[in-house]
Ligand binder design. Structure first.
Ligand code: PMP
Ligand code: G9A
Length: 429
């Protein structure tokens, strides 16, 4: 007889919800599948040869340290080189404000441990990064969703909501912001809204978690300073990563925060993973100090900007009228709004049969009723020819949905006419 393990799981484990992106990842193995699903960098951008050279040098000159446990805060050299880069972005910080983490995803977990008690509310944009939702749900957070527009979080709605929530016994203490080319919608927060958020943090006594994995990937317009650069009180916890500008397989990211906050995060990290992969940190550090990182970012931007243009023109070519999508200035994603009767979950089933994948909009909302008629498309991972072919397939599935709906409604009109005619005839006889 099989063992029923459910009674052994914790209350917390009952809140675990799988990431749709992680689940769809398995589809990449299916032959001929074109995936617009995962937010994956294009492997064409990985500087494997330079990394091989650096790894060789590090192991030769300092193998004993590079292969040993490291300190939890991170390799001092990397903390320093990251601090230098962050200062150039306008942050008034030092090395001691930087904690190296095992991918910025770890910050979701560590901040959950450090800040979230069951039923605490976290303010999020709607839609938002899905693995922040699943990550904080583990800590039994509840979510206050603020809709977005082309300027990212709707600040007017946010302000209204905060006024109301401030009257509650347990007002939100954390606001999660994705200011640059937001995952999933690709939209960016203007500078004035960033400043406003910091001012409101002070007025309402909340902290801001600023998640910025895509800030370096701008293909159009001018850079906007991070929220953290406007922060005089240490209320902003900034996080970013080498995943999108070097390699996600290295699993190296960083946090910039006030020392008191950092200390708590470090203690939480001690029992999470002891320390981040030391060899990976040493590679990332050498990559910066040997001057490779900025040319690498330029190279990535050139490739992704071409892919984004290809994506936008493919959308124009293959999507029928009545479908809308965002026009990002950078990042990795487009957000698509389908007609209000079209369920993207049903669409995905049909799309997968045609060997094309995307992530359904629903995955990015805390409220399961939201996002049903939307989807997220990644444009960085597929090759150029796959982008065009994938959109041709997706466009035909969407068109087919519209035609079937039209057929169904025509059929029902015809049936009504038929019934009316029959009724008349019967009436006359
Ligand atoms: N935050 C956001 C918004 C992301 O999109 C991602 C990765 N897709 C992460 C955090 C985590 O990235 P990593 O752990 O690779 O640094
Ligand atoms: O594979 C992951 O979980 C990282 C990508 C995240 C995303 O697609 O949003």
């Amino acid at each position: 007889m099989g063992v029923d393990f459910s009674r052994h799981f914790s209350e917390r484990a009952k809140e675990l919800r799988a990431s749709e992106v992680r689940e769809l990842l398995k589809l990449l193995e299916v032959p001929d599948m074109i995936s617009f699903a995962g937010g994956f960098p294009n492997p064409e951008t990985f500087p494997a040869e330079i990394i091989r050279e650096i790894a060789n040098d590090v192991l030769k000159s300092d193998g004993a340290k590079a292969l040993q446990y490291g300190i939890t805060e991170g390799c001092p050299q990397l903390r320093e080189s990251v601090a230098e880069r962050m200062k150039k972005k306008g942050m008034d910080i030092a090395k001691d404000n930087v904690l190296i983490v095992s991918g910025s995803q770890q910050v979701i977990d560590l901040t959950g441990k450090v800040f979230i008690d069951p039923k605490d509310s976290v303010v999020i944009s709607a839609p938002t990064y899905l693995t922040a939702l699943t990550g904080w749900a583990v800590y039994q957070a509840s979510f206050e969703s603020i809709p977005i527009d082309q300027n990212n979080m709707r600040m007017d709605i946010f302000e209204e909501r905060m006024k109301k929530l401030a009257k509650r016994a347990n007002p939100p203490e954390i606001v999660y912001a994705l200011p640059n080319f937001q995952n999933p919608a690709g939209v960016t927060m203007p500078e004035k809204n960033r400043r406003k958020l910091v001012d409101m943090a002070s007025d309402y006594d909340f902290l801001i978690i600023e998640d910025d994995p895509y800030g370096e990937l701008r293909y159009k317009g001018e850079d906007i300073a991070p929220i953290k650069s406007f922060d005089d009180e240490g209320r902003v916890i900034y996080m970013s990563t080498f995943s999108k500008i070097l390699s996600p397989g290295l699993r190296v990211g960083w946090v910039v925060a006030h020392e008191d906050i950092l200390r708590k995060l470090v203690i939480a990290k001690q029992s999470a993973d002891v320390c981040t992969n030391v060899l990976g940190q040493r590679i990332a550090h050498e990559y910066i100090v040997r001057g490779h990182i900025d040319p690498q970012i330029e190279k990535i931007k050139k490739i992704y900007s071409r892919k984004m243009d290809l994506m936008l023109s493919g959308m124009n070519e293959f999507m029928p009228d009545g479908i809308e999508w965002t026009k990002p200035d950078g990042g990795m994603f487009l957000w698509v709004d389908l007609p209000d009767w079209m369920d993207s979950g049903e669409l995905l089933k049909k799309a997968l049969k045609k060997r094309v994948a995307f992530v359904t909009g629903k995955a990015f909302f805390a409220d399961p009723k939201d996002g049903i008629t939307s989807m997220r498309l990644n444009f960085t991972h597929p090759s150029d020819s796959m982008i065009t072919e994938g959109l041709r397939r997706l466009g035909s599935v969407v068109n087919q949905e519209i035609v079937s709906k039209w057929d169904r409604s025509t059929e029902s009109v015809e049936r009504k006419i038929e019934d009316a005619v029959k009724g008349n005839l019967i009436g006359k006889s």
